[in-house]
Design a protein around this ligand. Structure first.
Ligand code: ZN
Length: 209
């Protein structure tokens, strides 16, 4: 069990994260207010409990008012869930999946690089570091060697960082660092790049580790 220092988020990403937290809060309050208004103005006609069942109505309304907490996952979604760890294993996984398009299922080859990471608290977790899909209609077999090629971007000992409210993992290894990943869209960028070539988002700077 070793502590891994997490490179700091660039200011632009911190601002983005703050905006996301505020939007989530606003959505929660808007939902709560809307539900409250519906119950206040139309509650009696929507849910005719009758005069005698005053307590039942109260219990029912309270349960309904708890819904926004579940839907918006308050307060859990507001707890900083960032974590860091070290890669202990790199696997490739090729399987079959499908998605729905215009009411038809479209099967595709699903290729994933799966990292087993030992978190700073000693827990082992598996996370997808890269994934690709190839539609079976166009590819009888998954492109040979493709996923193995991308798996080589990762190795045992790499540091892994997950930032709260950002989707993609930041994986770094200073010794062989020649690229860095965008935690917003997952694209690979050059070490010197300040912004992602694909989505324009600010990129994390590697620090000494
Ligand atoms: Zn990006």
């Amino acid at each position: 069990m070793k502590n891994v220092s997490r490179p700091e988020l660039p200011k632009a990403l911190k601002r983005k994260r703050a905006r996301r937290i505020i939007l989530r809060l606003l959505a929660f309050f808007a939902l709560s207010a809307a539900l409250f208004a519906v119950l206040y103005f139309w509650g009696e006609s929507l849910f005719p409990f009758g005069e005698k069942h005053h307590t039942a109505r109260k219990v029912f309304y309270t349960a309904l008012m708890l819904l926004p907490f579940f839907i918006c996952r308050v307060p859990f979604k507001f707890i900083d869930s960032s974590w860091s760890g070290t890669v202990v294993r790199v696997d490739v996984d090729q399987g079959v999946s499908s998605y729905l398009e215009m009411g038809q299922t479209e099967p595709y080859w699903k290729m994933r690089v799966v990292l087993t990471v030992e978190k700073s608290n000693g827990k082992l977790i598996k996370r997808t570091a890269r994934s690709f899909g190839e539609i079976m209609r166009y590819a009888h077999i998954p492109t040979p060697g493709k996923i193995e090629y991308h798996a080589e971007e990762f190795s045992v000992g790499d540091k892994v960082h997950k930032y709260y409210l950002f989707e993609y993992l930041f994986v770094s290894n200073l010794k062989k660092a020649d690229r860095k990943r965008c935690i917003e869209c997952g694209s690979t960028n050059g070490l010197e790049d300040k912004n992602c070539w694909s989505c324009g988002s600010a990129l994390i700077e590697l620090n000494g580790e």
